[in-house]
Design a protein around this ligand. Structure first.
Ligand SMILES: CC(C)NC(=O)n1c(-c2ccccc2)cc2c1CN(S(=O)(=O)c1cccs1)CC2
Length: 233
């Protein structure tokens, strides 16, 4: 029916976002490092810092390619990036984690992340989230559009024109809704489950600010880019 069909401009929008998403992947060499031989917690922490820093650079490039983003108020663009960086990092991590990797790679990856100086009480919610994303078996279009929807969240701090952001986000939500029905015809509530993950993401980003506080205690160093985007130090 007309209502459900993805029209030509939505298809173009989707293509732009998926191309940007695929163009901006974390360099394989950085991800491979995590799979190499035994590291100490300090080295694992350093690797995560490197991966997270590289992911922020990837995030900025991806965001610039979201149709309409660069027409937003310049300061609102910054507010959206800063407001969504942690959620986008956890979403990307979940996607890396649930990628069809050989099992032993996933296990090694999990091992490295668990032994990286991150307090245990944050491990559980973090890995629960990775698992809950993995169970959705999102296609890459869904992953790319869900990331764009996360970035285009109107109620981030300091956004001056939330309506302009809301208009862009609604366009993405409409494409995602149609895509979910097409890709997962059997699962009526698949779209709702997908959006439910965004709520879980917000909880994780609260955990993250607490993690940051505890890391600063035992003077863990971050890169200037992470300090900038996370408003630390
Ligand atoms: C793919 C990239 C973006 N993921 C990543 O860097 N990870 C991953 C991760 C997950 C699955 C596969 C591979 C890596 C787990 C964690 C992070 C980063 N954060 S962090 O940014 O709070 C951080 C803490 C200390 C320095 S940087 C901590 C948790």
């Amino acid at each position: 029916s007309k209502k459900l069909e993805i029209n030509r401009e939505q298809r173009a929008l989707m293509k732009a976002i998926v191309d940007a998403y695929n163009r901006h992947q974390i360099p394989e060499d950085v991800a491979k490092k995590l799979l190499q031989d035994q590291y100490s917690p300090e080295e694992n922490f350093l690797l995560l810092t490197e991966m997270a820093t590289s992911q922020v650079q990837v995030l900025v490039e991806f965001t610039k390619n979201i149709p309409g983003f660069l027409s937003l108020d310049r300061e609102d663009q910054i507010a959206l990036l800063k407001g969504s960086a942690v959620e986008a990092m956890f979403l990307r991590s979940a996607q890396v984690f649930s990628r069809k990797m050989p099992t032993e790679h996933t296990d090694v990856l999990e091992e490295r992340v668990r032994k990286s100086g991150i307090p245990d009480e944050f491990m559980t919610p973090m890995f629960n989230f990775y698992k809950s994303i993995g169970e959705l078996h999102m296609v890459q279009e869904e992953q790319a559009i869900l990331t764009a929807i996360t970035i285009l969240t109107p109620d981030r701090p300091y956004v001056k024109d939330p309506q302009a952001v809301e208009r862009l986000q609604e366009t993405m939500l409409d494409v995602l809704r149609k895509l979910c029905v097409l890709q997962h015809p059997q699962e009526q509530q698949y779209f709702a489950r997908l959006l439910g993950r965004l709520t879980e993401l917000r909880t994780l980003s609260h955990y993250h600010s607490e993690m940051l506080a505890s890391w600063r205690m035992n003077d863990h160093k971050f890169t200037p880019l992470l300090c900038e985007i996370w408003d630390v130090q």
